[in-house]
Design a protein around this ligand. Sequence first.
Ligand SMILES: [Fe+2]
Length: 374
Amino acid sequence: MWFFRSPSIVYGEDSISFFNELPQRRLVIVTDGNIIRAGLLQKIKNELPSDSEILIIDDVPIEPTISYVLSLKGRIIDFNPDLIIGLGGGSCMDCAKVVFVTYERPDIDLHDITPLVNLDLRKKARLILIPTTSGTGSECSWAAVISDDDHGRKNEFASPEIIADFAIIDPAMVSSLPEPVRKSTAVDALAHAIEARSSTWKNSYSDIFSDKAVELISGNLFDAISHPENMEAVSNVHMGASMAGLAFSNSQITLAHSLGHSLGAHFKIPHGISVGIFLPHVIRFNYAESKGEYVALNKKFPPNLRKRYLYLTVENFLKVLSMPVKISDLNIKKDEYEKKMDSMVSVALESTGTVLNPRDAGRAELEMFLREIE
Ligand SMILES: [Fe+2]
C-alpha cells in the first residue's frame, strides 16, 4: 500500500489573495529579515482581513536549530494562533512546520516527528507555506531539516502530518529574486525532478510531476532570468519547482543530492550549486539503469537546449546558465579538497540518496565523483 501525499495547492498570479477567503484571524508568520526587507511580508499583510491579529517571527536563521525552534514555543502558545504561516525559503518553511508541531503538541520531543508516530495535530491551527524561492520544494514535502545545537548535525524530521494544509505558489513572491539565487534554486529544483524520476522509489505519480517540472523549468527559466517582469515565465518556473518538490517528496533524491549535501556542508556552498555540479556525472553513471526515464526526461527540454543524451543536455543547460562545473570555479583549493576527501565520502555514503540510487555506489564510486569535478 502506497500513498501520494500533497498539500492543497493555490497557484498562479494573485494566489495570495486566498487569505481573504480564510476564516482564521490569529496568525503567526514565521519568516526572516531578508524577506521583510524585500517587501514580501508586506504583500501578505496587504491581503489579510483588517481584523487579523499577527505575531511575526522575523529572525529565522539560515540553519535553524532545535534550541531556536524551542525558544519560540512559549510566545506562540501565549499568542494562541489559529493559523501558522511559513514565508520564505526552505529554512523558514521547515521552521514553521516544526513550530506548528511544538504549538499543537508542546508535550512531545521533536525526535518523535517521524512517520511512525501519530502526532494528532490540527486541534488548534492550520499550516500554510509560501515559498519565496523556486527551488526547495519544502512547501510540498513532509520533511523539515533542523540542526542539532552542538555538532551542527542536521535532523530530518518527517511526518505526513506536517504537510501544509495549503501551499501558495504565487509568482509575486519570486518576481524580484536576485539572478544568482534564481539560477541556483532552479538547478536544485531540476535536480529534484530528475533524481525523483530515477530513484528506486520512483512511481507513476511522481513520474508525472518530474516530467512536467522539467518541461516548465527548462522551458521558462531563461525567460524568467532575462525578463523577470514576464510573470508567465516566472510563474511557470515557480510551479515547476513545486511539482519537482511533489515528485521527490513522493519518491526520493539520489546521488547528486548525497554528494551535493556533503560538498556543501564541507565548503559552505549554496545547495543548488553543490547539487548541480554533480548532476550530469550522476546521470551518466546511472544511464544503463535509468535509460527509459532519462530518454523521457530528455524530450522535455526545449529543442534548442536538447542534446543526444540527458547528461549532455543537463551539462549544456548548466553551461548556458554559467553554473560552476569544477572546484576551481568554487574557489576551493586542491589541498583543502584533498584533506576533506575521506570525510566527504563518508557523509555522502550515509545519505538516503545513496541508498536509493538506481545503481549501487560505495566509497570508490563516491570518491570517483568527487574527483571528476576536481
Ligand atoms: Fe535539493
